[in-house]
Design a protein around this ligand. Structure first.
Ligand code: PLP
Length: 278
């Protein structure tokens, strides 16, 4: 994503070309930082408060003091004003700070949305299942958005090497978890299924939104522990995430998944909800 604007705690707006993290910040040294990515619709960040609450929760899990929410909002508004792009991606980073006695930092980025998202939505996405960890123990940081995402990025790269677009993580006993940056859904008849949070997956804000929207569109949702075979045999499947929103899944491990209209209807409902905001 192309960086359009940058705001930093204690400094305000900073030229995006300028470096802002010290070489001995633990965010850089050890991946000790929490982050959030959200989508901005018509200049309004979608579900900002939910993302700030999740950011605070991630900070607590990695032993970093949560940032001041008001400061985050102010930095976001500065950066959004400077970016001048009403439909964009907004990211917050809470870094652990410098190795010795460093105060934690906040860095806020506004970037252009990735290109080709609507084409991808029309084409659908191809997934491969890859072994992930059922991160139910606290130190594996399940459900935490930390910058230690190298494993997630390596899984995306592995999926591409295998001719797919993205991965879906499964446990060693083949239970569906989530994608490297998405939650996963599928449909059988009028029932939607998605893995439950107790598996140690991220509580996606888009996932929450779909949970809210599904009943009004005639879908009953079941959250639970489901084998990959359930996803493979679905009538339809899709992923959810803030920037990509809902992407239909058209293939899993080389086998076709049928297309249906739940993904398109819920995608339209998500947009409508997001664009209705003041
Ligand atoms: C591991 C993981 N799961 C799910 C999601 C989707 O979360 P959200 O809908 O809040 O973007 C993300 C988002 O980046 C993620 O990193």
């Amino acid at each position: 994503m192309t960086l359009l604007a940058l705001a930093v705690a204690g400094r305000g707006l900073v030229d995006p070309e300028e470096p802002v993290v010290h070489a001995d910040d633990e965010a850089f040294l050890r991946g000790r930082a929490a982050f959030e990515t959200l989508r901005v619709y018509g200049g309004v960040p979608f579900r900002l408060e939910s993302h700030l609450v999740r950011l605070a929760g991630s900070c607590e899990r990695i032993g970093v003091e949560p940032p001041d929410a008001e400061e985050c909002r102010e930095l976001a508004s500065l950066a959004l004003g400077a970016a001048g792009e009403p439909d964009a991606a907004l990211r917050f980073y809470r870094t652990a700070g410098r190795e010795r006695a460093g105060a934690p930092g906040v860095v806020v980025l506004v970037s252009a949305l990735p290109e080709g998202l609507e084409e991808k939505r029309a084409q659908g996405t191809k997934l491969v299942s890859l072994l992930g960890v059922r991160a139910e123990v606290p130190w594996l940081l399940g459900g935490v958005k930390s910058t230690s995402y190298a494993v997630n990025m390596a899984a995306e790269a592995e999926a591409r090497t295998r001719g797919a677009d993205d991965a879906v993580f499964v446990t060693d006993d083949a239970l569906v978890l989530e994608g490297p940056v998405t939650n996963v859904w599928w449909r059988r008849g009028s029932k939607l299924f998605t893995p439950s949070l107790d598996l140690g997956i991220l509580a996606g804000v888009t996932r929450d939104t779909v949970l809210e929207l599904a009943p009004e569109h005639g879908f009953h949702v079941e959250q639970g522990r489901f084998p990959l075979s359930e996803l493979a045999g679905a009538d339809e499947a899709f992923t959810s995430s803030s920037v990509r929103e809902l992407l239909p899944v058209v293939e899993l491990d080389g086998a076709a998944i049928p297309r249906g209209d739940a993904a398109a209807r819920l995608q339209a409902a998500l947009r409508e909800t997001a664009q209705r905001l003041p």
